[in-house]
Design a protein around this ligand. Structure first.
Ligand code: NAP
Length: 270
């Protein structure tokens, strides 16, 4: 029951139509016995949104595109890992002091658990906020990074920050990457016929990680799995980054198996 004691949490971004954070967070609050509700606030003015977090006493804020980088200078402190990545997806408000964290990286680590990265060729598609965390994960685990992005200048920015090489689409086949990470929205609902690598021949021994979780089985994931590659959906990352957000704010930890089963049940119906 929502009362005047119920705590308010938020997801901020623009657009937010795609965000499933409220669905997932509200499920976890109920499971963990936390009297809180998460609502989505689409904002066109980040500074005002940050003032709103303070004024309304919003305890936990999930930050999504396009604010993951821009919010950093507006916070009281930024966790060292989030600073190294260069992006914040979580803000915790303790008595008006806002601290920024990056839990996307924990979600990526959970999704790629058991996948060897050291000395492997990692092809990263996309160069936005989520790609920053994926690039950091790859370099900090000793991977050799290759970037492919619609706007090469943005990929070059990542290469300058994390090392690695920017490539063009025609170089993908010859590269023969061991790990492919899709950090673009290509293939996301409702354009589920799209894939970031049309005509690409996947192979056994490859890992293909699609950050998209809606749908769980994208065209990229289906094609990779059909070719015998290890295909990892963004669902695992989505679950783990949200579990870590709730833990940072409340100290309570939801069970990942239950959270993923909940997502399976609900994402399939979208
Ligand atoms: P973002 O900051 O907007 O970056 C998107 C990237 O994709 C940009 O590099 C952009 O290229 C590229 N892109 C967008 N539309 C494209 C198109 N039609 N053709 C080619 N390239 C295109 O977004 P983000 O926050 O990094 O998110 C990227 C994806 O990851 C989204 O699908 C999001 O849902 C997913 N994600 C999943 C999780 C999870 O927990 N599983 C967490 C975060 C994000 P330009 O540089 O040329 O603009």
């Amino acid at each position: 029951m929502i009362t005047s004691a119920t705590k308010l949490n938020a997801v901020i971004g623009n657009p937010l139509g795609h965000s499933l954070s409220p669905l997932l967070h509200n499920y976890m609050y109920e499971r963990l016995g936390i009297d809180a509700v998460m609502l989505a606030f689409e904002s066109s003015d980040l500074r005002k949104a940050v003032n709103g977090i303070k004024d309304l006493g919003i305890g936990l804020t999930a930050v999504t595109l396009p604010f993951k980088e821009a919010i950093m200078p507006l916070l009281g402190s930024v966790d060292p890992l989030a600073s190294k990545i260069g992006a914040v997806n979580t803000v915790v408000n303790k008595n008006g002091r806002l601290s920024g964290y990056n839990t996307d990286i924990l979600g990526i680590a959970a999704a790629l658990k058991g996948v060897p990265v050291r000395g492997r060729k990692v092809l990263l598609l996309g160069a936005g906020g989520a790609a920053l965390a994926a690039a950091y994960y790859a370099v900090s685990n000793g991977g050799d990074l290759y970037y492919l992005n619609r706007t090469p200048a943005k990929a070059k920015r990542l290469a300058r920050r994390f090392g690695g090489e920017v490539i063009l689409p025609k170089a993908v086949e010859g590269l023969d990457p061991d790990i492919i990470v899709n950090a673009t929205p290509i293939g996301m609902h409702p354009k589920t016929d799209a894939t970031p690598l049309p005509g690409y021949r996947f192979r056994k021994g490859q890992t293909v990680f699609d950050l998209i979780y809606n749908p769980v089985r994208t065209r990229l994931i289906s094609e990779a799995a059909r070719a015998g590659a290890r295909a990892v959906s963004g669902e695992v990352m989505f679950a783990h980054q949200a579990i870590a957000q709730v833990k940072l704010w409340s100290g309570k930890q939801a069970e990942s198996g239950k959270v993923i089963r909940f997502l399976d049940k609900n994402l399939i119906n979208l």
